[in-house]
Design a binder for this molecule. Structure first.
Ligand code: HEM
Length: 417
């Protein structure tokens, strides 16, 4: 017989109020859970697009070791039933998530189709182009003067990189990136501007699918060296990918490639303002420090705050009885501040080593495919910024409300040149 549920935890990490706090505010609560109830039973997430009457709640996993354990056991904690703290209709899930929300063997087959483009060797090939773009972005920043850092800097390199790899014409890139934003911003009343969350999600999805399919058509006619050409020519078990599958790839790459790196750039610029000693260390020996620093940028920013799994069987974790079908949510941002793993986790330390952060996931089959690409962008951009705008300072960030990506919508900066 199934055991009765524990009471919902008094320290709530599912409410909109929680997700509206600053990272430091959220961390105060997460620390209590890590110390006292590392696997806690939480009320259903508030503000859900499709509230379910029988939704009893979800398990919050807040310690580093448990995030790794869940990530590395996909047979028990699967991705195929959705990965957000949000139930979306299954057609939307398929259209929006591609292989992110699948399990082996399908996941292995689909991921393999694009993973060749993300190996260190392939990323090395476009490193010079990324460096060139970083240089141009900083040229433009210097010309613009004091401005909004997100608009002028953070959003540009990730957008350029992912769409250059996909082969998307420049004229379509802004629209695609804007729609990718909508996919992770539907909980934010300011971004929604009067739309219902589901309407913003649908609109954004339709835009991305349309742009992805236009590109696919074009690449069938005019094959190139890009990822979209690889996808329209790919076969799985002797069959070509369907239009829906190709579009879903484009949606996943758009969302994964834009917001993550953008927000890491913004939070890092903020951290370099708040911790001038760390800025000096990087400036004094950029080449010698940037390797450890990029990992610290990602640990510090933790731009992907959560991912969900669903338990495929009854299982016990830290004395809690997780039932088959329960939602299990990993709080990466909490794992990255776990005192059991990191010395002084609240200090931004560009020389931190080792730095086994879970910013790119806790290991296992879904580990971030773009991690080398993200590191290359961070290295190129901060190399330019720290050398050419050495006294750049950021102001107060305006934060996105939502339970998935820690987004910075805007943040003023002064160049002090
Ligand atoms: C600092 C930047 C980034 C961060 C923090 C980040 C974080 C993550 C995380 C946490 C996951 C889930 C891991 C898991 O479930 O175990 C993930 C998956 C993924 N990331 Fe990233 N990511 C970043 C940049 C990128 C970039 C630039 C791309 C390029 C397109 C990318 C593509 C992907 C893809 C395709 C997946 C799904 C992998 C799968 O399901 O097999 N990411 N990322």
């Amino acid at each position: 017989m199934a055991q009765s549920r524990p009471d919902h935890d008094p320290v709530s990490v599912g409410s909109l109020e929680f997700w509206s706090l600053t990272p430091e505010g959220r961390e105060e609560r997460l620390r209590i859970l890590r110390d006292e109830r590392p696997v806690s039973w939480q009320r259903p997430a508030e503000g859900s697009m499709l509230p379910q009457e029988d939704d009893a709640g979800f398990w919050a996993i807040t310690r580093h070791a448990d995030i790794q354990a869940v990530s590395k056991d996909p047979a028990t904690f699967c991705s195929g039933q959705g990965v957000m703290i949000e139930d979306v209709p299954s057609d939307i899930l398929e259209a929006a998530s591609s292989f992110l929300a699948t399990d082996a063997p399908r996941h292995t087959q689909l991921r393999r189709l694009v993973s060749a483009a993300f190996t260190p060797r392939q990323v090395k090939k476009i490193e010079a182009q990324i460096a060139d773009q970083a240089r141009r972005i900083v040229d433009d920043l210097i010309e613009a003067g004091d401005c909004d850092f997100v608009d002028q800097v953070s959003r540009r390199l990730p957008m350029w990189t992912i769409y250059e790899m996909c082969g998307l014409p420049v004229a379509r890139r802004e629209d695609a990136a804007h729609a990718a934003d909508g996919m992770v911003s539907w909980a934010d009343p300011d971004v929604r501007a009067g739309l219902e969350p589901a309407d913003l999600l649908n609109q954004s999805l339709v835009t991305l699918i349309t742009i992805g399919l236009e590109l696919a058509d074009d690449r069938r006619e005019n094959p190139g060296e890009d990822l979209m050409t690889a996808l329209v020519q790919a076969e799985v078990d002797g069959e070509q990918l369907s239009e829906e599958e190709i579009a879903a790839f484009f949606v996943l790459l758009s969302v994964a490639g834009n917001d993550t790196t953008r927000n890491t750039i913004s939070r890092t610029a903020e951290a370099l303002t708040r911790f001038p000693d760390q800025r000096k260390i990087l400036q004094a020996d950029f080449d010698g420090t940037i390797g450890t620093a990029t990992d610290e940028f990602v640990r510090w920013a933790s731009p992907v705050m959560t991912f969900r799994r669903v338990a495929t069987r009854d299982v016990e974790l830290h004395g809690q009885q997780i039932r088959e079908g329960d939602w299990v949510v990993m709080f990466y941002a909490s794992g990255n501040r776990d005192e059991r793993v990191f010395t002084d986790p609240h200090v931004f330390d560009v020389t931190r080593s080792p730095n086994p952060h879970v910013g790119f996931g806790g290991g296992g089959p879904h580990f971030c495919m773009g991690n080398m690409l993200a590191r290359t962008q961070l290295r190129a951009l901060f190399g330019e910024l720290l050398r050419r705008v050495p006294d750049l300072r950021t102001g107060e960030p305006v934060q996105l409300v939502g339970n998935f990506v820690d987004g910075v919508k805007s943040m003023p900066c002064t160049l002090n040149l």
